[in-house]
Design a protein around this ligand. Structure first.
Ligand code: ATP
Length: 333
């Protein structure tokens, strides 16, 4: 068995009466792109700070590459952190910013420059060394911050919402780049985000956080296609839950079920309901339909095949049996 890059065991952290982390057991593999996804206040940042050593846990242990580091200070852990606000030094050039950590650790000048140049090349900023951070775009500054962390060649890189300050377009571009950079350098990335698209796009595996605990860990496909709970189904995508009487009427049996919006079509037969909202969103249109059976379903149609359903129209919703997810069950209904 391979030693995991990170092993958290029985991890807890309280701040006064607030239990920010309420018992987490988790292994993250070497070279994995791992995301911690969850709503605001669910404990993601606190877990990251415990891994980095900025905070001490109330209970439990943190191990890195098989070595327990729970009581070690941050600088004795083979981990670097990239924060959302980048924290670059404005009076230093880009390459001086990147070199800074090596200078502090007294790496000789020539070697330092060489490694900084390599790190800048890895984030595709080889020609930007002489610039000042303020003469760069948000996305470029973000990459400088990344280079500054990579230059130390840590085994693990922790990233706390590093793309949070970027506009949507740049964000999507950086998501692809970050994934490529991670693959190139082969370092374990632990990425905190509350954006489900971001987590699904970039990660090998995702942990979905709920109130200081992990509700589910799995590949993006697993957490999307087989959510372990209604919370996960709703946080990773639109849940479209069918429970109680609605489940009995529409699915034909008891349980909690979900059908993803893109698996539903508005057709001539199926479960009857009334369109309560039509939301045009460029390539797709979203229809909110209140089923007579008592559930509210969101339907996403590609615009090229979208019907002309209007608010107030009576419609029928159809989907294939194989796309009915049984929540908490082992397989589709
Ligand atoms: P966000 O996405 O908003 O950053 P998060 O999932 O990262 O949220 P945390 O920052 O880990 O959540 O916070 C978890 C809980 O712990 C919250 O209720 C928060 O208010 C509380 N908390 C975090 N740090 C402290 C602190 N230093 N002192 C007191 N309470 C704290």
């Amino acid at each position: 068995m391979r030693t995991p890059a990170i092993h958290l065991s029985g991890l807890r952290k309280s701040f006064g009466a607030v239990e920010a982390v309420a018992g987490i057991d988790l292994e993250i593999d070497d070279g994995e792109f791992f995301s911690m996804l969850g709503p605001s206040g669910s404990g993601k940042t606190t877990v990251l700070r415990l891994i980095a050593g900025f905070d001490r846990p109330t209970a439990g242990t943190v191990s890195l590459s098989g070595r327990e580091v729970t009581k070690l200070p941050p600088y004795e852990r083979d981990v670097n952190t990239v924060f959302q606000d980048y924290a670059l030094f404005p009076h230093l050039s880009v390459i001086e910013n990147v070199e800074y950590g090596l200078k502090v650790r007294k790496v000789p000048r020539k070697q330092r420059r060489e490694r900084a140049e390599q790190a800048l090349a890895a984030v595709r900023l080889a020609d930007f060394g002489a610039r000042r951070p303020r003469a760069m775009s948000g996305g470029q500054r973000q990459r400088v911050a990344l280079a500054r962390a990579l230059v130390n060649r840590p085994k693990v890189l922790l990233l706390d919402e590093p793309l949070g300050a970027l506009d949507l377009k740049l964000r999507e571009q950086m998501q692809v780049e970050l994934k490529q950079i991670q693959r190139d350098v082969g370092i374990t990335f632990v990425f905190v985000t509350h954006d489900q698209d971001e987590a699904l796009t970039m990660s090998d595996r995702v942990a979905v956080f709920e109130a200081g605990r992990i509700a589910q860990v799995g590949t993006p496909e697993e957490v999307y296609e087989r959510p372990a709970s209604p919370f996960v189904a709703g946080f990773v995508g639109t849940s479209n839950l069918l429970t109680g009487a609605a489940a009995r009427t529409v699915v034909g049996r008891d349980g909690t079920f979900s059908v993803r919006p893109e698996k539903i079509t508005i057709g001539a037969e199926g479960a009857p309901g009334t369109v309560s909202e039509v939301i045009y969103a460029g390539p797709v249109t979203r229809f909110v339909v209140d089923l007579d059976a008592g559930a509210r379903m969101v339907v996403v149609e590609q615009n090229r095949r979208a019907g002309k359903a209007q608010r107030g129209d009576r419609v029928q919703l159809t989907w294939q049996q194989e796309h009915v997810i049984e929540i908490g069950g082992d397989r589709a209904a």
